[in-house]
Design a protein around this ligand. Structure first.
Ligand code: NAP
Length: 327
């Protein structure tokens, strides 16, 4: 059986993403399910992998780590799904910029009825990143009444982090790079949102926090912000470095004075028990409906190139960029 899929045959710019019409449909193993993909998430990591500068993969390959669709087949050792189920998935085995994808059953979840399949494609990496960053890496500080700064709140991970922290009763500060982004983050429950392109925004934020900084900072661009985060974070607080695109010079003396923690973060490093916890959080978030993915733009498969350009170059994120997979 053949399918349409985006293929990468050499590493390079967005132009190496090629739409092919007759790629072999993956055959799920006993522990996998076959999903007919309706929408795939476009994640920044897809562009790093495509460029060949990060986590090299064998060529040729089909990009895409997460998405949503309909279960088509189930492996003989799977138990949770049946053909026809609406699902979201992450860390699939064969690439989600394709009409079909094989995924380990443990990386698939039922999609609540109130969410569209496009919204389902915005769940995997963004929400699980928010869950692990806040509830697991920053566990000691992630409690009602504490304060979190989502530094880069207008994008996919940022908005998911805001929704999760608001649901838990934390006071949420955010940043965005545009007026529309600021409005969006406020709509999702943040207390105050600042433009990270404005000079002096950190001073304004400090003033608003009455001298005590955030207990948690979720950082989307550490190479730009880590040194500042270290001046801002509360005593004994925690900075979770989720995104970083270069080097930075910092003053470790601040860490000595305030005894805060700076922790790195990589979602694929999650341990088995952490995946269980994250699946439970997602089930709860859908049940209580505070999981509200916001889609900024949907690209058809033949515009995957533009989608990759957009996610890296845009200066005004508004939630999630999706690739619509026509079947
Ligand atoms: P995204 O949707 O493209 O969002 C990027 C965010 O960064 C936007 O909110 C953007 O705001 C913001 N930003 C831009 N300039 C900034 C600045 N100077 N200071 C603070 N924020 C700034 O990407 P995403 O999917 O949310 O991912 C965010 C980052 O986390 C990416 O670097 C991604 O690679 C990384 N990530 C890492 C992991 C992991 O396992 N470590 C997992 C998921 C994502 P404006 O566009 O409004 O300016």
């Amino acid at each position: 059986m053949a399918m349409r899929a985006i293929r990468v045959k050499q590493f390079g710019g967005p132009e190496v993403l090629q739409l092919e019409e007759s790629v072999a449909v993956p055959i799920p193993s006993d522990t996998q399910v076959l999903v007919q993909v309706r929408a795939a998430g476009i994640n920044p990591v897809d562009t790093y992998i495509r460029s060949g500068t990060y986590q090299m993969t064998n060529l040729p390959y089909t990009p895409g780590r997460d998405g949503a669709g309909i279960i088509k087949k189930v492996g003989s050792k799977t138990t949770k799904f049946k053909p026809g189920d609406r699902v979201y998935f992450l860390f699939n085995a064969s690439g989600s910029y394709a009409q079909y994808v094989a995924v380990e059953e443990g990386m698939v979840g039922h999609l609540a009825d109130y969410l569209t399949l496009e919204q389902g494609a915005a769940i995997g990496i963004p929400y699980y990143t928010a869950f692990r960053a806040l509830s697991i890496k920053a566990r000691d500080k992630f409690k009602a009444g504490n304060t979190v700064l989502v530094h880069g709140a207008s994008g996919a991970v940022g908005l998911a982090s805001v929704q999760f922290a608001v649901s838990r009763g934390l006071t949420v500060y955010g940043t965005a790079g545009s007026q529309e982004g600021i409005h969006l983050v406020l709509e999702h429950g943040a207390t105050a949102v600042y433009n990270h392109r404005d000079e002096g925004y950190i001073d304004k934020m400090k003033a608003a926090m009455n001298g005590s900084g955030p207990d948690i900072i979720v950082e989307m661009l550490a190479n730009v912000n880590l040194a500042t985060d270290m001046t801002l974070v509360n005593r004994n607080g925690i900075i979770v470095v989720v995104g970083c695109r270069g080097n930075v010079e910092v003053n470790p003396r601040l860490a000595m004075q305030k005894e805060f923690i700076v922790t790195g973060f990589a979602l694929p490093n999650a341990a088995q028990g952490e995946w269980t916890e994250m699946h439970e959080l997602m089930a709860e978030g859908m049940q209580q409906q505070w999981v509200q993915p916001h889609i900024s733009k949907i690209y058809p498969m033949h515009e995957a190139t533009q989608a990759h350009e957009n996610i890296i170059k845009t200066k005004a994120a508004l939630g999630k960029i999706i690739l619509k997979v026509e079947n």
